[in-house]
Ligand binder design. Structure first.
Ligand code: ATP
Ligand code: MG
Ligand code: MG
Ligand code: MG
Length: 479
């Protein structure tokens, strides 16, 4: 099943159960001081769960653009190394705001996966919250009993507070969850293993795809729990992981979500995917990061030196550096991937199509400016390494590279670890703090990096703006 069909079927399955399709919220958040990026489907519905506003529709379904590169959810280091964590991904979700609860949520999730998507029941595992002494909570019996009518007991896993109890924060709505995991081993692999040992929820190829959260408590300021008057359902399913399962492949990157991008990277770099682990990681990183960066720019968040813009710049530079080091890219290349990305995702996310030109221009400019300094910076880093005593590299020297050459610190750390060195992080942070104290307020600058994009007004190119030392950003204005 194609990814487009998968997305559609998910949404319409829940429409048939009385849900209303709502659009994804922006991936970049500008009005919440506690969160830079949407990292889960529930973010846009927070006020409903907190009881601060009332939902017009009590049953909602959507696909949410998420980014997990900072804060509570930071998957950046996994990306490229494994095949199912991305920076930017889509989280499919169905929601009940004080409407249905566990029986429907559980029954429907199973119906969708096994009857609509026809996933083999014997490859699925579910988990339930086992309880926690801290909170005086026992097993989520209700969920357990519901699952027992659907799956054999040896496929129900007991989950602890860390994995199976969701909390919005130190205070507020929370509750147990049930996760659904899929064994993605091929039929041939499974045929080689016999009997009971086949049922193995801990196998590395058993991957979490869906999390069903049952919000039924409120955590009070003193840490105690009280029952919520209205109970809610919040589910999140990794779209790319679902596509992997439905397309019978073992990596998200082998689905039609990523294949066109990977093919384009192969064409541009002349490196084939699937030949060598190092180049494969680089190709996966690039295929992943182009999405994060493009979606961010489509949301109006341009790369910059502060806040969310700096996170985006780091992601882009990380990809450029992977290309430069492992795929021998000589000039800008990331911007050339925007076309295939727009082709495959522009229908579901029209903002990509609408902002395509802007996305390409911004990325190309960033690439130019970064590549100019990258080569120089790499030479300097080699000198720093050569001059360092022992295996730890001076944090202040690393800061100089960051400050003068725009070397993101995780890039430096990555290069160092590849060469068997470590970084004096404390020294780096000290130098960074001193510089921050010298420079003007970050928020003032951050506003500058935000471009208001609108769907219904045409945009006219008005020229370049020099924002920072060596970075020229394309500016548009409404006409
Ligand atoms: P994992 O344990 O695999 O890191 P999670 O428990 O952190 O996942 P949830 O917060 O429960 O994930 O999010 C709901 C769903 O979103 C997951 O079941 C998974 O399918 C998907 N998901 C989570 N993180 C990522 C990611 N970085 N890339 C792609 N899909 C993801
Ligand atoms: Mg995670
Ligand atoms: Mg998990
Ligand atoms: Mg989870």
């Amino acid at each position: 099943m194609t990814s487009k069909e998968t997305r559609k079927r998910f949404l319409h399955f829940f429409v048939d159960k009385g849900h209303k399709i709502v659009p994804s919220a922006p991936m970049v958040i500008k009005d919440d001081p506690t969160l830079m990026f949407t990292n889960a489907g529930m973010n846009q519905f927070k006020e409903f769960f907190l009881g601060n506003s009332i939902a017009k529709n009590t049953r909602v379904v959507d696909t949410q653009k998420c980014l997990r590169v900072s804060g509570k959810h930071n998957d950046l280091e996994e990306v490229g190394k494994d095949t199912y964590h991305h920076t930017m991904f889509e989280m499919l979700g169905n929601w009940s705001f004080g409407d249905y609860f566990k029986p429907e949520a559980i029954k429907w999730s199973w119906e969708l996966l096994t009857e609509v998507f026809k996933i083999d029941k014997d490859s699925l595992y579910v988990s339930v919250f086992e309880g926690s002494d801290d909170d005086g909570l026992s097993l989520d019996q209700e969920a357990f009993d519901l699952w027992k009518t659907i799956v054999p007991e040896d496929r129900i896993i007991m989950g602890n507070k860390k994995d199976n109890f969701w909390e919005m924060g130190d205070q507020g709505p929370c509750g147990p969850c049930s996760e659904i995991h899929v064994d993605i081993r091929s039929a041939e692999e499974k045929a080689k293993i016999s009997g009971a040992s086949l049922v193995n929820a801990d196998h590395p190829q058993v991957v979490e795809i869906w999390n069903l959260v049952f919000m039924q408590y409120n955590r009070k300021a003193d840490g105690s729990l009280e029952s919520l008057p209205a109970k809610h359902v919040d589910t999140g399913m990794g779209f790319e992981r679902l596509c992997m399962v439905l397309q019978g492949v073992q990596s998200n990157y082998d689905t039609d979500v990523f294949k066109p991008i990977i093919r384009e990277i192969e064409t541009i770099t002349n490196h084939k995917y699937g030949k060598n682990e190092k180049t494969d990681i680089a190709i996966r990183v690039i295929a992943d990061h182009i999405r994060a960066v493009s979606f961010s720019i489509a949301d109006g968040q341009l790369p910059s030196n502060t806040g969310a813009g700096y996170v985006i710049r780091r992601i882009l530079r990380r990809a450029i550096r992977y290309g430069f080091t492992f795929l021998d890219t000589k000039g800008p290349f990331m911007y050339r991937l925007v076309n295939v990305l727009t082709d495959s995702m522009g229908e579901a996310f029209p903002e990509l199509k609408e902002q395509k030109q802007l996305i390409e221009n911004v990325i190309k400019e960033e690439e130019h400016s970064f590549l100019n300094t990258l080569e120089q910076g790499l030479v300097l880093l080699d000198q720093v390494i050569a001059n360092s005593q022992g295996k730890e590299v001076d944090g202040r020297k690393a800061f100089e590279l960051y400050d003068t050459y725009g070397f993101p610190i995780d890039l430096t750390a990555l290069i160092l670890s590849e060469k068997g060195y470590s970084l004096d992080e404390a020294g780096f942070n000290e130098a960074m703090q001193e510089q921050k104290n010298r420079s003007k307020s970050a928020s003032e600058v951050a506003k500058e990096d935000w471009v208001v994009l609108s769907n219904d007004v045409e945009q006219e190119f008005v020229g370049y703006d020099t924002l920072e030392a060596d970075v020229r950003l394309v500016k548009y204005r409404k006409v």
